[in-house]
Design a protein around this ligand. Structure first.
Ligand SMILES: [Fe+2]
Length: 160
């Protein structure tokens, strides 16, 4: 059964619980302060495609076609799922890093992946209503070890 989340703060609690659940050790990996980040828009209008020239949609409700809303939700869910899957797959390397430098690099990558997942979950919780909150909870409930992630292993492309 999917955990029912009322808001992003509850998702954050669930995220800590997920970190416990997958056995992430205390220390830098756990004390990192995550936040959702947003860049400035280069231009205020849509630059290509069918809606070219229109003002960029400020909220999901401004998106004029339900199919686009569904596709966007789907993309965010898949992106988020690979972020947490990637951390689950990499955590076993923590005890096998051949040097301190490798360990540091690994922890940095894992922290970045958690931040990416955090960002996708923030979008789901704050813009996609109850369905988004449900999907954000599920991002923390599927387990790579159990073969429950949406895509197979080693599918995560690292975003900057
Ligand atoms: Fe990532």
């Amino acid at each position: 059964m999917v955990r029912k989340l009322g808001n992003f703060d509850e998702w954050i609690d669930y995220f800590r619980y997920w970190q416990d659940g997958i056995g992430l050790p205390q220390g830098d990996l756990r004390s990192f302060k995550f936040e959702a980040k947003f860049g400035e828009q280069d231009v205020p209008h849509i630059e290509f495609g069918h809606y070219r020239g229109q003002r960029k949609w400020p909220t999901v409700m401004h998106i004029p076609d339900q199919r686009i809303r569904d596709a966007l939700l789907n993309l965010i869910v898949y992106q988020g799922d690979t972020e947490f899957a990637s951390v689950e797959q990499q955590r076993n390397l923590l005890t096998h890093a051949p040097s301190d430098y490798d360990l540091l690099a690994l922890m940095r990558v894992m922290t970045e992946e958690m931040r990416h997942g955090w960002q996708m979950s923030y979008l789901l919780c704050s813009h996609f209503g109850d369905e988004g909150k449900r999907e954000a909870a599920k991002l923390l409930e599927r387990r790579a070890d159990e073969g429950e992630r949406l895509l197979g292993s080693s599918t995560h492309c690292r975003a900057p």
